[in-house]
Write a protein that binds this ligand. Structure first.
Ligand code: ARG
Length: 567
């Protein structure tokens, strides 16, 4: 049940009856409150309708029908209505046959553009945020019943490939030489900068590649395949749900680029400026007020990143038939997306029906306040970062539980280490920069993945200690104690949390929710004995524990983080 939606609907009906139609804004009040939601939008509506806010709140309170869900309503402050949910209603929502997640009755086709690294180089930490946040969003949308179409818009085209392919041929490179793509790229770049002959050979290679020379295309394919397999290895290690089928590379739009330009010409949108073909839209001006162009074709005839993105929008609309396209890309590309979204609208490539959303994120910073780097100032390879996470987590796990054998310590360490990196990123509001800090993310206290994984395994151990089969539990819990009501309320808020992520694309709300749930469980566990209680109370508390474990597991799963039964 989506409680906020239910309360909103009921309050809005009452508002209309009281002559102040408008949106009711429902909020969840502060954490310690007992089953308590708050309607917050009444003051503004009263002003609009020329009524006294408190009077309107009182009439809404009289008119609203919430007898089935609420025990008590009260007007608070200048015109809020506090809604105290009924414990029996919360319990009935938690009856064992109630689904953990209710899927949408109006499923959407949603394109999620994420990860999308440049294949000329090795994946580095800069790709981590898009990959992790985009994946959590894709999984959540899918769980809510939407049809998710993952699009890994990898950069596999462009002038760097001339240099890379030439170097590859010169040294007769095989896949071993390409196993360290970073070093390979650097070596090619040094030659390109220092050796005029090599540079000119590289330029002819680009021309040959672009004109479809089969030999060069063959080299290119070999290079791309190797680079993509590196990415796929990392996705697997990171538990990211992208597969090779989700790759829709920049090069796949090549044939459509001249058509995009021709269509823009036909729509009278193109202006030639210094030999380049540009779209000028009034809404985009530079600092000096001069119009800012979106360049779609350079004076040498070459196409750009923007041209490809316009072709991609068209494909996502016409072929993929998307209702929504969400782009998880660095905030530094905000202007690019505003521009291409606007061009796509005026050119008719994206009808109003298709929602285009850039979901930006900030930079990953080091503790020194500078963008995250190696000690020597180089880019941190993703593979190295994951190695370090697993090593650190394994050491911690051994320290916590010295009796563990090496294999178990390592396998738990892997799950904890990867979870920690992902959660540290997911739990921050994505729009801000965030500081990468090993000690914080690997802590077993606070809003971290190890804390939640540990909470999950503690709940699991209740069932193993009590020899209770949690899958076989059925019935409706009884919510008597305050800690039970609080836990119950937290449990039924899972749905509205997921829907908030679907609407806004901020997975940190799910993290905050899971942390709150785990905290409430711990409060419940301290005050309400489970295994040592008896009869109906024991059964009810086991039900609550089982539902908590299930919600934590599913919530972490939607974030792409695994749980372990025993830690
Ligand atoms: N390859 C680009 C980069 O590394 C990101 C692509 C994002 N997606 C898109 N449709 N432009 O910056």
């Amino acid at each position: 049940m989506h409680i906020k939606a239910l309360l909103t609907e009921r309050i809005e009906t009452a508002l209309a009856q009281c002559g102040a139609p408008g949106p009711a804004i429902i909020k969840v009040s502060g954490r310690p409150d007992f089953g308590h939601y708050q309607a917050n939008g009444i003051m503004a509506l009263a002003k609009k309708a020329g009524q006294v806010p408190r009077d309107l709140a009182l009439s809404v309170m009289d008119a609203v029908d919430l007898t089935d869900v609420a025990d008590r309503l009260e007007v608070a402050g200048p015109g809020f209505i506090n809604i105290h949910l009924n414990a029996a209603w919360i319990a009935s929502e938690l009856a064992s046959d109630a689904a953990l997640i209710t899927t949408s009755t109006t499923p959407l086709r949603v394109v999620v553009d994420y990860s999308s690294p440049n294949l000329a180089k090795e994946m580095h930490v800069g790709h981590l945020r898009s990959t992790i946040i985009g994946d959590a969003y894709a999984r959540t949308m899918e769980a809510l019943g939407h049809l998710v179409i993952r699009q890994n818009h990898v950069g596999d085209w462009g002038t760097q490939f001339g240099m890379l392919l030439t170097h590859m041929q010169d040294i007769g490179a095989n896949s071993v030489d390409l196993s360290d793509l970073e070093a390979f790229y650097r070596a090619a770049k040094v030659r390109f900068d220092e050796d005029a002959d090599f540079a000119s050979k590289s330029r002819s290679t680009v021309v040959a590649l672009q004109s479809g020379d089969p030999k060069v295309r063959g080299w290119w394919q070999q290079f791309i395949d190797i680079s993509l397999s590196h990415c796929q290895e990392l996705y697997t290690r990171l538990d990211v749900s992208l597969t090779p089928q989700d790759v829709c590379a920049e090069s796949s739009y090549n044939d459509d680029l001249p058509v995009v330009v021709a269509d823009l010409t036909q729509a009278h949108l193109l202006t030639e400026s210094d030999g380049a073909m540009c779209v000028f839209l009034d809404e985009f001006t530079g600092k000096d007020g001069a119009p800012l162009p979106v360049i779609v074709q350079k004076s040498d005839g070459g196409y750009l990143y923007s041209t490809t993105d316009l072709a991609a929008i068209r494909y996502r609309n016409k072929t993929l038939n998307a209702d929504r396209a969400a782009y998880f890309v660095d905030a530094r590309q905000s202007l690019h997306f505003r521009q291409i979204f606007s061009v796509a609208r005026v050119a008719g490539f994206a009808p109003e029906r298709l929602h285009l959303e850039h979901m930006p994120f900030g930079t990953m910073m080091g503790k020194d306040g500078k963008p995250f780097q190696t000690r020597t100032g180089g880019v941190v390879k993703l593979a190295d970062l994951l190695d370090e996470a697993q090593a650190r987590a394994t050491a911690l796990v051994k320290e916590k539980n010295p009796a563990l054998d090496e294999t178990s310590a390592r396998s738990i360490g892997n799950v904890v280490g990867i979870g920690a990196i992902k959660y540290a990123d997911l739990s921050k509001n994505r729009t801000s920069d965030y500081v990468f800090d090993w000690d914080l993310m690997l802590s077993f206290d606070g809003n971290t993945s190890p804390y939640l994984q540990y909470a999950y395994s503690r709940i699991s151990s209740i069932f193993s200690r009590g020899e209770v089969d949690r899958a076989a539990l059925s019935g409706t819990p009884i919510l008597n104690e305050e800690a039970e009501v609080n836990l119950g309320l937290s449990l039924i808020r899972f749905q509205e949390t997921l829907e908030q992520i679907a609407a806004e694309g901020f997975p940190h709300h799910l993290c905050a929710y899971l942390y709150d749930l785990a905290t409430r469980f711990m409060q419940f566990y301290e005050t309400c004995p489970v295994l040592t209680s008896e009869g109906a109370t024991r059964h009810s508390r086991l039900l609550l524990a089982a539902r908590t474990a299930q919600t934590l597991q599913e919530g972490l799963n939607l974030l792409g983080i695994r749980t372990i039964e025993r830690m």
